[in-house]
Design a protein around this ligand. Structure first.
Ligand SMILES: *[C@@H]1O[C@H](CO)[C@@H](O)[C@H](O)[C@H]1NC(C)=O
Ligand SMILES: *[C@@H]1O[C@H](CO)[C@@H](O)[C@H](O)[C@H]1NC(C)=O
Ligand SMILES: [Zn+2]
Length: 291
């Protein structure tokens, strides 16, 4: 699946950030949530690798991979942003590593690769910086249900309307619906949303379930760990993204009733991604999830 710019430049320039995959708001929110949960040792480990001692050390690199994929040097990384599950939504969802992770790689193999590389002190610091940036980004991507789906290029080819604007189903999950909830896409909006979801994890809606999000997490088996996250997200394709099939969303304006059903899942997936990213970074830096 590749992201396609469906809207003309004029529309993009006025309204939308030029980034795919959760959009910048989603990725930066995931990074800020992780920042709120990593241990002091983990913070130092990644601030050192990234050469940034600010509080934005994760958020400010969270969308780098979406820029890199469109450069000549980074073309090879385009398949790393998703896994094309060859399932049959809405009647049957499911991801299988051997069937769905293509020969050019996928988000699961990428998390595996960059988790190994960030720990490899024999690599150049430039390579370890890339590895750290990739991990922060891909743990976000894998939580977007349409990044774990082959159908219609992960929904990029499903035309929909959103608040009167023509777009596609993939794009509204990445960008339009999160931005409608939060009311913007600046770094400060991401920080505010992350604070809200962090409270939800610590003392709110997610408090009783957050520990279950770490079931199956194992640094010695990144493929199995990431497949747990991919399967979890992919299941929402059947239940929430297209529960009544493609025809029920095609050319429909999804900013009303559809948004109301989707938004709790988006909030949940962003919260999970941030919490799991913190646990993963803690495992890399300290050997324990710390959560
Ligand atoms: C691992 O990452 C390196 C550096 O980005 C890349 O050249 C290589 O193709 C990747 N390997 C796999 C199997 O993804
Ligand atoms: C957090 O988000 C929930 C739902 O998304 C909302 O009801 C609540 O008002 C928000 N809280 C804060 C402090 O922003
Ligand atoms: Zn991406």
């Amino acid at each position: 699946m590749k992201f396609e710019l469906a809207a003309p430049i004029l529309v993009l320039a006025s309204a939308l950030p030029l980034a795919s995959a959760w959009g910048s708001l989603g990725h930066e929110t995931v990074a800020y949530i992780a920042t709120n949960f990593v241990s002091t040792a983990t913070k130092t480990y990644f601030q050192t690798i990234l050469g940034d001692t600010s509080t934005d050390y994760l958020a400010s690199v969270a969308t780098w991979a979406d820029t890199y994929r469109y450069t000549t040097a980074g073309t090879y990384s385009a398949p790393f942003h998703f896994i094309d599950a060859l399932d049959s939504p809405p009647s049957s969802c499911g991801v299988e590593y051997d069937r769905d992770c293509g020969s050019s790689g996928c988000v699961v193999s990428a998390i595996n690769n960059y988790t190994a590389r960030v720990q490899k002190t024999s690599l150049s610091s430039a390579e370890r910086i890339i590895a750290a940036k990739m991990i922060v980004h891909f743990v976000g991507d894998i939580h977007q249900p349409l990044h774990d789906e082959n159908l219609d290029v992960g929904g990029n080819d499903i035309d929909v309307t959103y608040a009167g604007t023509s777009t596609n189903l993939h794009h509204i999950w990445d960008t339009n619906m999160p931005e409608q909830l939060v009311g913007g896409y600046a770094l400060s909006d991401a920080k505010t949303w992350a604070t809200n979801l962090t409270t939800g994890i610590k003392t709110g809606t997610y408090e009783s379930i957050a520990s279950s999000w770490l079931t199956g997490i194992d640094l010695s088996d990144p493929v199995t760990s990431a497949m747990t996250w991919a399967s979890d997200a992919n299941a929402y394709v059947c239940t929430t993204v297209i529960p009544s099939g493609v025809s029920a969303v095609e050319s429909v304006d999804l900013s009303g009733a559809y948004y109301n059903k989707a938004i709790p899942v988006i909030e949940l997936q962003i919260a999970k991604a941030g919490y799991r990213l913190a646990a993963w970074l803690n495992l890399i830096a300290t050997g324990s999830t710390g959560l």
